[in-house]
Design a protein around this ligand. Structure first.
Ligand SMILES: Cc1cc2nc3c(=O)[nH]c(=O)nc-3n(C[C@H](O)[C@H](O)[C@H](O)COP(=O)(O)OP(=O)(O)OC[C@H]3O[C@@H](n4cnc5c(N)ncnc54)[C@H](O)[C@@H]3O)c2cc1C
Length: 390
């Protein structure tokens, strides 16, 4: 029986829209279901939700033909990490990994908008907005989804890119392993007296890291990790008092703050679906895994899921081919499990008990003194084969 679409994607966030654009470019008949309205272009003050895109993610987005608003992005060529209470310090430079840059910082909304602009011009892609999934059923060579607007659609494969609280995952009965770090991240967009450079830095403290993600010109996105009570107290401060608190806690190299543009805070948790696939169904992005954001890899690994899944789908006539789904699950689960373990390790090494923190300090010393180890780590973090020389 002919299905309505080849692939139905639930969730038009950055990961779902990127998969839709890649498949649409190859002429696959895609339906993208988004519970919200289409995204709007980023303009004026920078949005709070910023992400880094590494080399593999950028290449995947480029392959779909989406045009990123480069004037609103900041390229970074260096990553600097140090320990506030010890002497461990490590500087990673893109050129040491044969890269021109590590990647770009971009507002989530700007990336999502660029992808949706591309989708709107793809004849094989149908966009359904302001509607949500209520039921799904696998039958024969396809799977149906029922939407709250009364429509029922069918496809060879249904993909869940509907975020950490995925409805598709719940309807498919896929369980998750979850861990609460009992930490919050306060994101503060600021303007600074000093222009921010092409370096992203992170300073580990016993209560959590302090991070600076550069934005164009005299702007930065600060991430302040701490215990929930401490974050709540900071959220109650007015802008002047918050500027004083930032200047007192953050490294001096940030320079003075001239304006607090926006702020919000998020709980930090880890989550991993027990399976990424079921009959004619696949999960990807935050629907499959949520990692500690300290390494800035959550979106990147979601886009790598989309890249691997697209490659498998495009290799087969039937988008829901069982061996393709098996290949996807095997490759991505292993890679994502490694990233979860690495970010978890960093968290415990720098915010755990004192002996662990001393070990963390030592690991920064070692990373700095072993150029080969540094190179392998950075290539891995960029989604590249760490063992390929050029
Ligand atoms: C504080 C913080 C900082 C971070 N910084 C970085 C970083 O620097 N680099 C990085 O790589 N990652 C970072 N991340 C992680 C990154 O933001 C996420 O991994 C990424 O947003 C996941 O994208 P997604 O498309 O999978 O999910 P989402 O962005 O959650 O998108 C899901 C989409 O599905 C839609 N949806 C949900 N349910 C339904 C439904 N039932 N029906 C239809 N549509 C639905 C939603 O409206 C949404 O559009 C950070 C996360 C946090 C919390």
């Amino acid at each position: 029986m002919q299905q309505d679409h080849d692939i139905i994607i639930i969730g038009g966030g950055m990961v779902g829209a990127a998969l839709a654009a890649r498949l649409g470019k190859s002429g696959r008949r895609v339906a993208l279901i988004e519970r919200g309205a289409p995204p709007k272009a980023a303009e004026g003050d920078y949005d709070l939700r910023i992400s880094s895109l590494n080399k593999r993610s950028l290449e995947f987005i480029e392959a779909s033909g989406a045009q990123l608003p480069l004037e609103r992005t900041a390229a970074f060529r260096h990553i600097e990490v140090w320990n506030q209470e010890g002497t461990g310090h490590s500087l990673f430079s893109a050129r040491d990994s044969d890269l021109e840059q590590f990647g770009l910082f971009i507002e989530n909304i700007a990336l999502q908008y660029a992808l949706w602009q591309r989708l709107e011009n793809m004849p094989s892609v149908t966009l359904y907005t302001d509607t949500t999934l209520v039921a799904t059923l696998a039958s024969g060579r396809g799977r149906t989804v029922e939407l709250d607007n009364g429509k029922t659609l069918s496809a060879e494969l249904v993909v869940g890119a509907d975020g950490a609280n995925s409805k598709l995952r719940e309807l498919a009965g896929i369980d998750i392993a979850t861990h609460d770090y009992r930490q919050r991240a306060m994101i503060i967009n600021v303007e600074t007296a000093l222009p921010q450079q092409d370096v992203s830095w992170q300073c580990f403290t016993p209560t959590g890291p302090l991070a600076m993600l550069p934005l164009p010109g005299h702007r930065a996105s600060l991430v302040w990790y701490d215990e929930p009570n401490a974050i709540q107290a900071r959220e109650a401060l007015d802008d002047d008092a918050l500027m004083d608190a930032i200047e007192a806690a953050f490294p001096k190299r940030l320079g003075s703050i001239t304006r607090v543009v926006a702020r919000a805070s998020f709980p930090i948790k880890r989550q991993h679906a027990r399976s990424y696939t079921a009959k004619r169904l696949a999960l990807m992005g935050d629907a499959a895994h949520v990692v500690h954001p300290l390494a800035g890899q959550g979106l990147n690994i979601g886009l790598h899921d989309a890249d691997t899944l697209a490659e498998q789908i495009l290799k087969h006539v039937d988008a829901g081919d069982a061996s393709a789904l098996q290949h996807y699950e095997w490759h991505r689960r292993l890679a994502n499990q490694a990233m979860i373990a690495a970010t978890d390790g960093f968290h415990h090494l720098f915010t755990g008990a004192k002996p662990l923190r001393q070990l963390g300090d030592l690991s920064l010393h070692l990373a700095e003194r072993l150029p080969l180890a540094k190179r392998l780590m950075m290539r891995q973090a960029n989604g590249l084969n760490p063992f390929k020389w050029r």
